[in-house]
Design a protein around this ligand. Sequence first.
Ligand code: SF4
Length: 337
Amino acid sequence: MGHTISLPASPANSQPALRRHPTRPLMLLEPECTPVIRPAHAPTRLAPVLSMRSALLEWFRPRRFAYPWRSDPPDPYRVLVSEVMLQQTQAARVAPAFSAFVSQFPTVQSLAAASKAEVLRTWSGLGYNRRAVALHDAARLVMRDHDGTIPSDPEVLVRLPGIGPYTAAAVASIGFGLAVPALDSNARRVVCRAVLGVEPSVVPNRIVEETAGDWLDRADPATWNQAVMDLGREACRTTPRCDRCPLRHGCRFVGERPAKRRARQPRFEGSMRQVRGAVMRAVLDRSPATIAQLGKVTGFAADRIGAAVNGLCRDGLVSATRGALAGNPAGRVRLPE
Ligand code: SF4
């Protein structure tokens, strides 16, 4: 039996209501997909969900092995590494870094046995080094608590360091074929636009998740999730490229104007982020190093380097003497063991 998901009908004192598309009625999924997604009193019709699904899968077919972490059968460890890398880095940049990383650490066992310093050195260049520390900690916990086998249950995965609900769902579905939707920002955009006809910013999370779950291809959730994410990355970007999108004939957002772009990021030049990055690179090149040496290499003053070292220490990316934490020129900083 299908069920109706009632969406907010009024913008008053609640989330903004879903806008009605001027020409397209809201989507009613076909019986085998079971759900009905429409606000109360909305006119309904069968939308071409199955043809949209096959169009998307057809579009995805040549991309299926486009990245080095995609394999048949999938390797959950490689899926985990790739998903952690993809959290804050574009796929094109991740691809070479991923290959280098898994060639150095081909299994969860080898990753867990490595030192933090080795892991950080192999990760260097990808940035957001905290991800490397968390991944390494996760590998050690997998060895300690799960007999060296990556767990398949998203509820268990999410308890590992550095793994949030999205990464857990991606590993469960792509690595193990579990029927859970993996909603990164790209997939969220596709689901909201194509099925609900609105931008994700106006839809409550619960509705997005239910909609994605209803739309999921339960016969092959791994392929489906990757196809939806790829579509968001390639066609359904912030500014959508509907003319090259396989969903354009059924999508409820086609022809709509996208939401305004987010505000620019704060300036990088002179920021603590820049100092941290420079200090981390210097320590990766030469460990241990004194604050004075780091000042010479990076060109930043000792007090700023001291502040950066404090932050890096808190994140487990370096270890430092008390003097270094106080910005003392003779204080020493090193990579963690
Ligand atoms: S048709 Fe346009 S808005 Fe709809 S999913 Fe494709 S790119 Fe996104």
